[in-house]
Ligand binder design. Structure first.
Ligand SMILES: [Zn+2]
Ligand SMILES: [Zn+2]
Length: 150
């Protein structure tokens, strides 16, 4: 049980070798990403939630360093996408992983609240609803590492 009383939920990869116990933080917040890397990594769109403290992962996990700023983890047995995590920047604590929502039944009960790289969503499908949408330009402005002022 996490400190704020929310319940840790159980998920697993396709083959079941990797298990994940985690709770969304903030609770109920599901995000979707249409960026090129998420699209190739998942074969579609990556839906995920960031986990609060206390998550537990067991099983044969492999880490792929997908860029200078982040890692992506997958099951070495079946290849299921497990999580995305930004590397810590100097002086910052490492942030919690964002677990693939599909590992959990009913996406751990979380609801879609923001769509990243919304303008890169393929023409053939779209998410309904009035959640927040951020274009590539919005995302780059919000998340690109600040230039070193030195
Ligand atoms: Zn697996
Ligand atoms: Zn992405």
């Amino acid at each position: 049980m996490a400190s704020d009383g929310s319940q840790l939920l159980d998920g697993r990869c396709l083959c079941g070798a990797v298990t994940v116990r985690a709770a969304p933080m903030p609770r109920d917040r599901l995000v979707a990403c249409h960026c090129d890397m998420c699209r190739r990594w998942t074969g579609g769109v990556f839906t995920s939630f960031q986990a609060e403290e206390g998550y537990v992962v067991t099983g044969p996990v492999r880490i792929f360093e997908s860029s200078d700023v982040a890692e992506r983890a997958f099951c070495s047995e079946c290849g299921s996408s497990l999580w995305y995590r930004m590397h810590a920047r100097p002086g910052e604590a490492r942030e919690a992983p964002s677990f693939a929502a599909g590992l959990f039944e009913n996406a751990a009960g979380a609801r879609l609240q923001v769509e990243f790289f919304s303008d890169l969503c393929p023409d053939g499908y779209a998410f309904a609803g009035d959640h927040k949408r951020m274009t590539e330009a919005d995302c780059m402005a919000a998340f690109a590492p600040a230039e070193d002022p030195a």
